[in-house]
Ligand binder design. Structure first.
Ligand code: AMP
Length: 549
């Protein structure tokens, strides 16, 4: 190799801290509480607290590589942990506060967390595990909520802990390949799997996320992520926003439409982010009240497919929905859908079709689709569908301490478990999760496509489609539908079936359409299809009974 003359400085999160301290110390941060009041601060204070926190952790005996967990919602304190922990060489492990206690126990023990920063509001959950998490030597209590009952070994208040640290912490020199953060995937089967992000992967992801054709974050932006800080590092946005010097607003745990709209309005938020189930009620509220959010340029939406009706609906209010795809394993941002300059003359309908796709792959990441049976790579023709596989410098190459990890990889590519097409312009469209595709009479039905169509009906708020076992067809689709509140009782299954009949092939029509109060959600706010399948299992039992009768 002919050597370059470039400096070999490591890409570490310390560089973001260096920037905010010197360039953006006066830029505001705001955290909202239950009453809708904001506590205001700056990046300057965040850096001072990060120094004290790192120093206090070092005095507590935390060493490079040790796992330090967080168990909390979106607050400035959480962001302070996002910086202090990785920048001192320890590993930030964000715990999902909505997990079942058995999963939580498994994850804390599997990661061998030493210290946990815990919001008081979720402290009772952690206390219920007190005698099952032996590696945890200290719990630091953040924000408001109940006080400890004495079940945990040792607890300390956040500010008391800060006070035990020094103002200036000598940040150590770090290897860019060292672990910075870890997050377990919220899989529905088997044990959760640990993804470990490095400093380098986090820095590259932040740079890519900030790009104009990606999330497009600049110093003048005000960012409010309605995606929890325990879900793939809030999609990497806290780091990307800090790197660019954008202001940040934290909604704590208050992610209902009223509160979100209130914060977006009050703080003049320019960019927000969240799963579709966050934005569907927001759109409904804007439609009902006629409220305007003129500052809001864009919402980044992913985690599950953004229905075209949502994209078009937000656009009526002047809000651009940037549809993105990613996974915990991919840091997560891999693709975004944008209208290209060459599409300017296209009709609005055609542009909407493009926006509803999951977009084109971002710089540094590569993808391909592979036949589900033969494993052969498929053409980018917009028709052939297969498993989407990705690789890149911020895509996980394995799982932490997991002997079954190899099943999820193929020749250096991550097998995403998503089924997709890629069109000749490179836009990916997700057909389904492999496990959610409905197989009827040997043919595939896309539950996502059916859901998108049903959610475009003006009386429908939300819909989810699942395949249920069928004695004759192997599986048949069933739709669970939540009507908009003003149409409860006046929307019928016949009306929906008639509406769908000229939009899909006859055999795609759901065998049953059931009206429900709400669709169950996963711990990160997506539709929980496995839970829904369980709820609807009586339908499959009825089908089976009729067949044998
Ligand atoms: P998680 O790691 O929990 O964020 O889940 C990742 C999975 O969410 C992906 O493998 C997809 O199945 C799904 N997902 C993420 N973004 C989208 C999107 N824009 N459209 C459809 N599914 C998505």
């Amino acid at each position: 190799m002919f050597p370059s003359t470039m400096m070999d400085l490591p890409l570490t999160i310390q560089n973001i801290l260096w920037r905010v301290e010197r360039l953006f110390y006066d830029k505001p941060l705001a955290t909202y509480d239950e009453a809708g009041n904001a506590t205001r601060s700056t990046y300057g204070e965040l850096v001072r607290n990060a120094n004290r926190l790192a120093s206090a952790l070092a005095k507590e005996g935390v060493r490079p590589g040790d796992r330090v967990a967080t168990f909390g919602w979106n607050t400035q304190r959480h962001l302070e942990c996002y910086f202090a922990i990785p920048c001192m060489g320890a590993v930030l492990h964000t715990l999902n506060v909505r997990l079942f206690s058995e999963q939580l126990e498994y994850i804390i023990n599997h990661a061998e967390d030493k210290v946990i920063f815990c919001d008081r509001s979720v402290l009772p959950i952690l206390e219920s595990l007190a005698d099952k998490i032996p590696t945890v030597q200290l719990v630091v209590l953040m924000n408001q909520g109940p006080e400890p009952t004495g079940k945990l070994k040792r607890t300390v208040d956040y500010f008391e802990f800060l006070a035990s640290g020094d103002d200036q912490y000598p940040w150590p020199t770090l290897d860019e390949r060292a672990a910075a953060a870890m997050c377990y995937t919220s899989g529905t089967t088997g044990n959760p799997k640990g993804v470990v992000y490095s400093h380098r992967s986090t820095m590259i992801h932040s740079l890519v996320a900030a790009l104009p054709d990606a999330v497009d974050i600049s110093e003048s932006d005000v960012l409010m992520y309605a995606v929890p800080m325990f879900h793939a590092n809030a999609w990497g946005l806290p780091y990307a926003a800090a790197m660019m010097g954008a202001s940040q607003v934290f909604p704590d745990r208050y992610l209902d439409a009223e509160r979100i709209v209130n914060i977006l309005e009050k703080e003049q938020v320019t960019i927000s982010a969240g799963v579709p189930t966050v934005w569907i009620p927001v759109l409904n509220l804007l439609d009902r009240t006629g409220k305007k959010l003129p500052a809001l340029k864009k919402v980044l939406c992913g985690g599950s497919a953004a229905p075209p009706a949502l994209i078009a609906g937000l656009r009526r209010h002047g809000i651009h929905l940037a549809h993105a795809w990613g996974m915990t394993e991919t840091s997560p941002l891999c693709s975004l859908s944008r209208i290209r300059s060459t599409m300017d003359g296209w009709s609005e309908d055609r542009k909407l079709e493009v926006m509803a796709k999951q977009g084109v792959v971002v710089p540094t990441v590569e993808w391909r689709i592979v036949d589900l049976d033969s494993g052969k790579e498929l053409p980018w023709d917009g028709k052939s569908f297969g498993e989407l596989q990705v690789r890149g410098p911020y895509i996980t190459g394995t799982y932490y301490n997991d002997p079954t990890a190899s099943e999820k990889f193929m020749d250096g590519w991550l097998r995403t478990g998503d089924v997709a097409t890629i069109d000749p312009l490179g836009y990916v469209q997700l057909v389904d999760r492999t496990k959610d595709l409905v197989k009827s009479g040997g043919e595939w039905i896309s539950s996502v496509e059916l859901e998108n169509l049903i959610m475009a009906h003006p009386k429908v708020l939300e819909a989810a489609v699942v395949g249920l076992p069928h004695p004759r067809w192997q599986e048949r689709p069933v739709a669970a539908v939540v009507p908009k509140s003003e149409h409860k009782g006046d929307l019928t299954a016949e009306e929906l079936r008639a509406y769908l009949s000229d939009k899909v092939a006859k055999w795609w029509l759901p065998d049953e359409i059931v009206f429900v109060e709400a669709i169950p959600r996963t711990s990160v706010g997506k539709f929980a299809k496995s839970q829904l399948r369980e709820q609807l299992k009586e339908i499959a039992e009825r089908w089976a009974a009729t067949a044998t009768a």
